[in-house]
Design a protein around this ligand. Structure first.
Ligand SMILES: Cc1cc2nc3c(=O)[nH]c(=O)nc-3n(C[C@H](O)[C@H](O)[C@H](O)COP(=O)(O)OP(=O)(O)OC[C@H]3O[C@@H](n4cnc5c(N)ncnc54)[C@H](O)[C@@H]3O)c2cc1C
Length: 529
């Protein structure tokens, strides 16, 4: 018996009281907004707090939805957030992937190399040493160094003071040494030259949607170690997670208003005074505002360039937002036995060989894409193996630019549909060839998301799925600061991904409370000095 459909997101309703003034308004009920609201209410008392969301449900990019009797999910896994969930007293049943982390196929003409990457850094090291015995010493040195560097990241402070900055070289010398290093630079440092080994290791930079010669070594290492050592997903559909956060927020006295698009962040004399909602006559006043929407939308459009300095506008203009994506979600009949297909990994990834990520990213930077039969990167995920619902798979591909997807959708819908069907076919071919024989025969429902879909649901002008691209040139202190040039307007965009967004909430609230909650720590460690 398959599980019945019951989306939790549809059980969360607006509880907006209609007040004219709030202590804090948060724009967006994605995970950054929900985390910010929850951390704030857990650490303050009696504060009037409102989250405003343009969609009719919470979760933003992390959600689930139904199409013709099948449930599809947007996100697929998160690294360890158990401490945060405990702190927030949110009880959610999670599946831990403690054996396998990734099935990785690398295609070179007719040859396909397969790697079954185990969970856990030590197991991964052992696995690589076995596969690449000639490089055993280099692999061990790289992994030891990586583990040590990641430990040092935990010692860093967010929104660093001068004192913190001066102390960092002593507390975290490896972090300082790698601040400007790319992931491929890190592999060079350990003299890892075997293209096959590099290809496997560089898989982890694709988490941040950028190639390893541009990705930050620290970030890629952090993504690799945190997700492969403790990797989870809910047993229920993915919308359960934001729904639980939203309900908790409301139970702590927070107000949520859905179907309300903020069209203006109101600024008076350099200070934020509230927000204006599309269609509302009066503004809602606020002492403080946190925006969790795309920074280009928030600063350039909702605030307006007239309130920003030339220097800040230039900084915004220089930022490269992350790529967009094409995802194909498929509902399959019950004649196919998904348990027999070796798909129960957080990720099943297939790509062409070394250099693919660079070529694809260059295509995106040129404003389009570089996908072809000789150059691709795709992930196939099978959520129904965990949820127990009717058979579903999702085929994900990135990087894509928004290009003319939005324009086609709005002005030539027939062409838009033809184009998205073409690329869905391309991705289904890949999934069928490498992971699911005869896949096409079993397709009952097909739902295709394009860059236009992501732009529409998130409000991002570029349809970016990972906020500011995680390039080494815009990592750490080089990212846009949480304090905006507008007084009392904050923008927590520490990192992307479900862990990163929960951390956005931790850090912005710690900033608002002068470190009285998380002691300035860059990661969640409320009791550590
Ligand atoms: C297809 C896909 C798969 C992913 N898979 C994973 C994964 O498996 N693991 C992982 O860690 N990360 C994953 N990510 C990344 C992760 O989902 C995001 O980093 C994270 O959810 C972003 O949360 P956020 O709250 O910062 O932003 P968003 O989720 O974008 O939330 C912003 C919210 O603001 C609202 N909004 C925008 N404009 C306005 C306005 N003017 N007025 C009112 N409301 C507004 C939007 O509707 C949205 O709800 C994935 C992303 C995508 C798109």
């Amino acid at each position: 018996m398959t599980k019945a459909i019951q989306l939790k997101r549809d059980g969360v309703f607006s509880n907006f009281s209609g007040s004219e003034h709030y202590d804090l308004i948060i724009i967006g009920s994605g995970l950054s907004g929900l985390s910010s609201g929850l951390m704030w209410l857990k650490n303050t008392s009696g504060m009037k707090t409102l989250i405003i969301e343009q969609n009719s449900y919470p979760g933003g990019y992390s959600t689930a939805y139904e199409r013709d009797g099948y449930v599809f999910e947007t996100t697929q896994l998160f690294p360890d957030i158990i401490d945060i969930l405990d702190y927030l007293e949110i009880d959610i049943e999670l599946k831990r992937f403690d054996k396998n982390f990734m099935r990785r196929l690398v295609v070179d003409g007719d040859q396909v190399d397969e790697y079954q990457i185990p969970a856990g850094a030590e197991n991964f090291t052992k696995y690589l040493v076995k596969k690449f015995p000639d490089d055993a010493d280099k692999i061990t040195s790289l992994m030891d160094y990586s583990v040590d560097m990641f430990k040092q990241v935990r010692k860093l402070k967010a929104n660093a003071t001068l004192g913190d900055t001066l102390a960092t070289p002593f507390k975290a010398p490896k972090v300082i040494a790698n601040l400007s290093r790319t992931y491929s630079g890190l592999l060079d440092k350990f003299k890892i030259t075997d293209p096959k080994l590099r290809e496997v290791l560089e898989t982890f930079t694709s988490f941040s949607g950028v190639p390893s010669d541009r990705a930050s070594a620290i970030l890629a290492t952090g993504a690799m170690l945190s997700s492969m050592t403790r990797c989870f997903r809910p047993y229920d559909f993915f919308d359960e997670f934001p729904a639980r956060l939203a309900e908790k927020f409301q139970s702590l006295g927070g107000e949520l208003r859905f179907n309300a698009e903020v069209e203006k962040i109101v600024v008076d004399n350099g200070t934020v005074t509230g927000v204006r909602i599309k269609g509302d006559e009066n503004m809602i006043k606020a002492d403080k505002v946190i925006t969790t929407v795309d920074p280009m939308l928030a600063l350039k459009k909702l605030v307006g360039e007239e309130h920003l300095t030339e220097k800040y506008i230039q900084k915004l203009d220089n930022i490269i937002m992350s790529p967009s994506s094409i995802n194909v979600a498929l509902g399959l009949d019950d004649k196919i036995d998904m348990t027999k297909l070796d798909l129960d990994y957080p990720y099943n990834v297939v790509s062409t060989g070394l250099g693919t990520a660079e070529k694809l990213f260059d295509g995106f930077l040129a404003g389009d894409h570089a996908f072809s039969e000789d150059c691709f990167h795709a992930a196939v995920i099978c959520p129904s193996l965990t949820t127990g619902a009717k058979n579903t798979i999702t085929i994900r591909s990135t990087p894509w630019a928004l290009s003319n997807w939005k324009d086609m959708r709005e002005n030539d819908y027939k062409k838009y549909v033809a184009e998205k069907e073409k690329w869905a076919d391309f991705l289904i071919d890949i999934a069928e060839k490498y992971f699911i024989p005869n896949l096409r025969k079993h397709i009952v429902v097909k739902d295709i998301s394009t860059p236009a879909t992501y732009a529409r649901y998130s409000g991002s002008p570029t349809g970016s799925i990972y906020d500011m691209a995680s390039l080494v040139t815009q990592f750490g202190p080089k990212r846009l600061s949480m304090k905006t040039p507008i007084k009392n307007l904050y923008q927590p965009k520490f990192a992307h991904g479900l862990y990163g967004t929960m951390m956005n909430g931790v850090q912005v609230v710690d900033l608002l409370l002068n470190r009285k909650f998380n002691n300035g720590n860059s990661l969640f460690a409320p009791n550590k000095a």
